[in-house]
Design a protein around this ligand. Structure first.
Ligand code: PNS
Length: 164
């Protein structure tokens, strides 16, 4: 495949995301990591911070592009020459949400565009950005679950926000 999209909130990017990016990058010429701006959710990190964290964490890969968008994922896909959208599956609970989204997107994609699922590496299937933030903000350790640069951003952000 020439160009695939791996999109998400990435608030922040985790080792689970990074594993999927590493693996998907082997399957295509270019992988676009797209940070989706959801205007109805207040994120912990700004879009710029999330893009910077991803850029640093994927610096070892030479076929990764970082972008951001808001609105329909399918509109971005159709307008940017994307051939497939890669999603990670952690558990059966993910599947229910993911199949619904993939089938809706399928109606919206231009012809020939696919959603492709990669199974999460077993040791990482419990990782989610929201659980990482919760554990971290309550004082638990999240070392090894997020890339090292992300842990640094999290510490700085917690300090900026007075521990919150
Ligand atoms: O990392 P996430 O939060 O699981 O990613 C979900 C995301 C951002 C990919 C999904 O919510 C999305 O595609 N949002 C863009 C808006 C959209 O296209 N909604 C209709 C999906 S069928």
């Amino acid at each position: 495949m020439k160009k695939v999209l791996f999109a998400g909130s990435f608030d922040p990017i985790t080792c689970g995301h990074l594993d999927l990016i590493n693996r998907a990058s082997q399957l295509c010429e270019t992988i676009v990591v797209g940070v989706v701006e959801n205007k109805s959710k207040v994120p912990y990190f700004t879009v710029e911070e999330r893009m910077n964290m991803i850029r640093e964490a994927t610096a070892h890969l030479d076929n990764v592009e970082i972008d951001c968008f808001s609105g329909l994922l399918a509109d971005y896909v159709n307008a940017n020459g994307i051939q497939a959208v890669v999603r990670g599956l952690r558990a059966t609970t993910d599947f229910e949400y993911e199949i619904q989204m993939a089938q809706m997107n399928d109606r919206l994609y231009n012809d020939g565009i696919e959603t492709i699922f990669l199974m999460t590496t077993p040791g990482q299937s419990f990782i989610s950005s929201s659980m990482i933030k919760e554990v971290f903000l309550l004082g638990g350790t999240v070392e090894g679950l997020v890339p090292d640069n992300v842990l640094q951003y999290m510490k700085e952000k917690r300090e900026q926000k007075g521990g919150k």
